[in-house]
Design a protein around this ligand. Structure first.
Ligand code: SF4
Length: 258
């Protein structure tokens, strides 16, 4: 089962009785082995039993990665690399993603300087499998304006924008340095100077905007996508993608010396 399938079988009340903020983080925590199904008191014993037997974080991830690798073998790198904004060297794709250089072989094997989480590996393979070719429009939109985004916007805010806002509130200088370290640039034309433009994938630019708290307003984070983003990933994949990046920023921020 993947997180969405698990989420669909949870009560979806976001009550927090499991000590997670809501049902979606609980679904992720289950798959990471950081929570147990028994911690949701609102499931019946039968529901708990059924889910416990089908939640196996490694099986579904590795199965999906294997099937994506099979699909990657059918992608003609020579025809695809330009559409993906990648380089082709010795038959391998060189792609700059999440501030890292990622090398993908024609068999779908991924090499990076540091470890990528299974989610990151899956998203790299999805990006290649989907083939690209939609360009970049230069028009910035929020997640709810992407195709299917309206229904998922609350989840996007809860999983992506809110954790990043909390991180900026706690450690603005360090988190800003992490984003700079990814190779972000500071675009003009936004209503805050705290703006980072990061090519999460070569054809998927994302802008992170932060407004600190002031006398009138609470702090706020807004994340904007190029309007073509939903041609490269669906809105659920974009939630997983940005959530992974926010967690990566948080991890690097926490490791940074004062
Ligand atoms: S206790 Fe259950 S219903 Fe409540 S947030 Fe956690 S998973 Fe959702």
């Amino acid at each position: 089962m993947n997180p969405v399938e698990i989420y669909k079988r949870l009560p979806a009340t976001n009550c927090g009785d499991c000590k997670q903020k809501a049902c979606m983080p609980f679904a992720f925590a289950l798959l990471k082995g950081e929570a147990d199904i028994s911690e949701c008191p609102w499931l019946t014993d039968k529901e708990k039993g059924d889910m416990a037997s089908s939640v196996n974080k490694n099986d579904w991830q590795e199965a999906l990665i294997s099937s994506l690798k099979e699909e990657i073998k059918k992608v003609g790198f020579r025809e695809a690399y330009g559409n993906l904004g990648a380089e082709l060297r010795d038959g391998k794709l060189f792609i700059r993603c999440f501030g890292r250089d990622v090398i993908v072989g024609p068999d779908g094997e991924i090499q990076t300087q540091d470890n990528l989480t299974p989610w990151m590996r899956m998203l790299v393979l999805f990006y290649i499998r989907n083939g690209g070719g939609h360009g970049i429009s230069g028009k910035w939109v929020i997640h709810s304006e992407l195709m299917g985004g309206l229904m998922k916007y609350k989840a996007f805010q809860r999983e992506c924008e809110e954790p990043l806002r909390e991180l900026f509130d706690r450690h603005f200088e360090k988190a800003a340095r992490v984003l700079d370290g990814y190779g972000s640039v500071h675009p003009a034309g936004f209503a805050t100077p705290n703006a980072w433009l990061l090519n999460v994938f070569p054809m998927l630019p994302v802008v992170f905007l932060y407004w600190p708290e002031d006398d009138e307003f609470e702090s706020k984070v807004t994340i904007r996508f190029d309007s073509t983003a939903d041609k490269y990933f669906d809105v659920e994949q974009l939630i997983f993608l940005i959530k992974e990046i926010v967690e990566d920023i948080e991890e690097k921020t926490e490791q940074m010396p004062s």
